[in-house]
Design a protein around this ligand. Structure first.
Ligand SMILES: O=C(CO)[C@H](O)[C@H](O)COP(=O)(O)O
Length: 221
């Protein structure tokens, strides 16, 4: 079986009990904590920043994967690195100089990645494959949790999987948006290896039951 990772998005967690929530979801089997940063400018919602990342950092040992839905991106990158982020991803259309933003992330000791919205073309990958640790394919339009998976994301995941395999590099292929027990295997068959799930996990009382069921689906891929 491939090395699959489950990355609960804390967007759907109870923010009043965030330390407890991240501890519980890691105990339930999460491999990564997915941390959604929205700026009410690049996306029409406003969430959490480096202070919250710093606050949850001591509660978990697993990597914190910061998804920046902000524009511009560069100014906030060092703050998240200092706050304990391990992976930082951003949207290419939100960066003035993509290569510089990727380098900035790496210079601060984090893994770097690009995020593609449903309608963002993959050509942004053309000249940066050797600088990427993660590629994140959005299977919803960014901004809100609890949306439905856009099926066209599957062909995009497959196209990225081919590009990663051709590159010979070890790049995580993450999918985010509407991932549930019922469709996680389909995303894995398309080529994803890292699965963000917000409402599917935090919307249920027993996180372990959901994560175990997701792993059960992945075991059959
Ligand atoms: O980045 C996001 C939205 O922009 C969220 O991570 C994503 O939508 C996860 O939530 P859900 O699993 O409920 O769809």
């Amino acid at each position: 079986m491939a090395n699959y990772r489950i990355a609960p998005s804390i967007l759907s967690a109870d923010f009043a009990r965030l330390g407890e929530e991240v501890r519980n979801v890691v105990t339930a089997g999460a491999d990564i904590i997915h941390f959604d940063v929205m700026d009410n400018h690049y996306v029409p919602n406003l969430t959490i920043g480096p202070l919250v990342c710093e606050a949850i950092r001591p509660h978990v040992q697993v990597p914190i994967d910061v998804h920046l839905m902000v524009k511009p991106v560069d100014r906030i990158i060092p703050d998240f690195a200092k706050a304990g982020a391990n992976i930082i991803t951003f949207h290419p259309e939100a960066s003035v100089h993509i290569d510089r933003s990727l380098q900035l992330i790496r210079d601060h000791g984090c893994k770097a990645g690009l995020v593609f919205n449903p309608a963002t073309p993959l050509h942004y990958l053309d000249h940066v494959m050797d600088r990427l640790d993660m590629i994140l394919i959005m299977s919803v339009n960014p901004g809100f949790g609890g949306q439905s998976f856009i099926p066209e994301a599957l062909s995009k995941i497959a196209a990225v999987r081919r590009r990663i395999d051709d590159s010979g590099r070890d790049i995580m292929l993450e999918v985010d948006g509407g991932i549930k027990i019922e469709n996680i295997a389909e995303a894995a068959r398309a080529g994803a290896d890292t699965f963000v799930a917000g409402s599917a996990i935090f919307g249920k009382p027993d996180y372990k039951t959901v994560i175990d069921a997701m792993r059960g689906q992945l075991a059959q891929v």
